[in-house]
Write a protein that binds this ligand. Sequence first.
Ligand code: SRM
Ligand code: SF4
Length: 573
Amino acid sequence: MNTKHNNNNNITLLSDNERIKKASNFLRGTIAQNLDNSLTGGFNADNIQLIKFHGMYQQDDRDVRIERENQKLEPLINMMLRCRLPGGVITPTQWLAIDDFSKQYTLYGTIRLTTRQTFQLHGLLKPNLKSLHNLLNKLGLDSIATAGDVNRNVICTANPMESTLHYQVWELAKNISAHLLPKSRAYAEIWLDGKKTESTDSEPILSATYLPRKFKIAIAIPPMNDVDVHANDLSFIAIKSNNTEKIIGFNVLVGGGLAMTYGDITTYPRKASEFGYIVTKDVLKITEAVVTTQRDWGDRSDRKHAKTKYTLDRVGTAVFKSEVERRSGIKFHPIHPYIFTNRGDRFGWVQGIDGDWHLTLFIENGRILNNAPKKLLKYGISEIARVHSGSFRLTANQNLIISGISKDNKLLIENILKKYGITNDDIMPQRQASMACVALPTCPLAMAEAERFLPEFITKVENIMSKYKLEKDAIVLRVTGCPNSCARAMLSEIGLTGRSIGRYNLYLGGNNIGTRIPRLYKENITEIDILNILDMTIERWAKERINKESYGDYVVRSGIVNAVVNSEKDFYE
Ligand code: SRM
Ligand code: SF4
């Protein structure tokens, strides 16, 4: 532990991550030296923390951990890399090169689309890391600040229908991402042999010790809440002009976040607080003021309480807000009215206002692989990338949009999809409304399966839905392998969070637009128990629902669970 003086000159203990950041010389640490050490597949403890700021996590394959231990071998250490892709847009050329790299140089041969609109490559070995970073650089990509105590990948609504609005928020997502990027030259020096020299070693926004914790930003275009604004430290909700397809300003929300620690009631998921409305030109100033307030006021002694949501609850929302106004010199106006109606992706073909076609494909768990002999997803997407002149857009629900398809290319792409067995047609709405986080075998924090559990579990839930003639309905259902909520289970109508292998906590009563946190219904139960509860509550919902009432709203109205209103006060009641 390290020490610092707070405003009252009391000595507080700093978390060890603060020591690591301070001693790192702007994120260099001894990463370069560790890279040259061929005696181990990994990095030392301090560098394991530092490589996160460069977009990588050290992991090991947990499926073979015991076997390797028995053989007295080091765990199968490998790295996961997360790309920076503001707004989730990637070109066919970039896709092809990444696809090729994943095939040749990763242990798993897959690409994983994430809940924050980017992709991850799992199973990278240390000797191949530099060539991957050089490839990304050649492609105009990087993985800077996709992890660590910095602003992460900036996400925005990926709705292909309103492409003019999408274009505006995508531009903004890129600008925010660039504005908050670490300025340190460490990434260029270590991974690109110093090729990128335009940046300097000073961090006017982030500081030499960066932020107290991870920081997340989202931009939503109502009525879509596909980005789940309440999972983010800072969100912008676009308000468009009445007469033109132009965004005139944004409602600003601060302090959302979903993780908790079991058994520690000082931790909780929290919805973001509405600060007010600002005009578009003020977005970067407000962003900077929120980030620097959190930088200076966030808790650097206890990482469990370091996120913006806890800073807000500790100092008070009004105090935080007026500090943001003071720092930015901008006064918030009252919130402009907005409504969210859904947050799933719109699957299938749509024609945008520009006449181009867009196809949203459901990707189960975001995993791009050749999953069955007749469903060769990975081959199919790469063949499409060879002929496609538009772009790909990753969604915050782990799906893929093939975007900007000209009229002439539509048939060609349809034929490729047919050839590789890629179709949305056999997928029920329930599966489309479900997500799981990665969990085992790569996530070191997983307590239970999630991605590998979901497909068969959903088949069983689909059977329940069919039994009650609800095939056309869907419940937002999300599974995570631990309470960190990476697939945003804490904003779902049915949320499962892993407790141990085969056991989960069951949360019910979030809503289908992502504005209510669900409540714990039963703790530490098995799949059979979960299915029994779902069968019972779904039957009641089918019989007693009023009009098109959603499952989440029904379980609250019928008293099956009480709504969570202010999670900081009532989440554990
Ligand atoms: Fe996450 C940590 C995967 C979105 C909250 N998350 C992790 C790690 C890196 C485990 C670790 O720290 O070693 C996981 C890597 C697993 C693997 O093998 O790939 C991991 N998180 C993911 C992804 C890939 C899940 C997915 O299935 O798509 C998502 C990557 C997003 C991205 O591209 O940047 C992902 N993580 C989220 C979200 C959802 C979101 O941001 O919309 C959350 C909840 C929102 C929030 O932040 O409150 C989330 N992840 C966490 C946390 C809890 C943080 C906290 O507040 O305490 C951790 C653990 C930590 O940071 O200590 C974590
Ligand atoms: Fe890992 Fe937990 Fe996140 Fe799932 S929710 S990816 S198990 S940290």
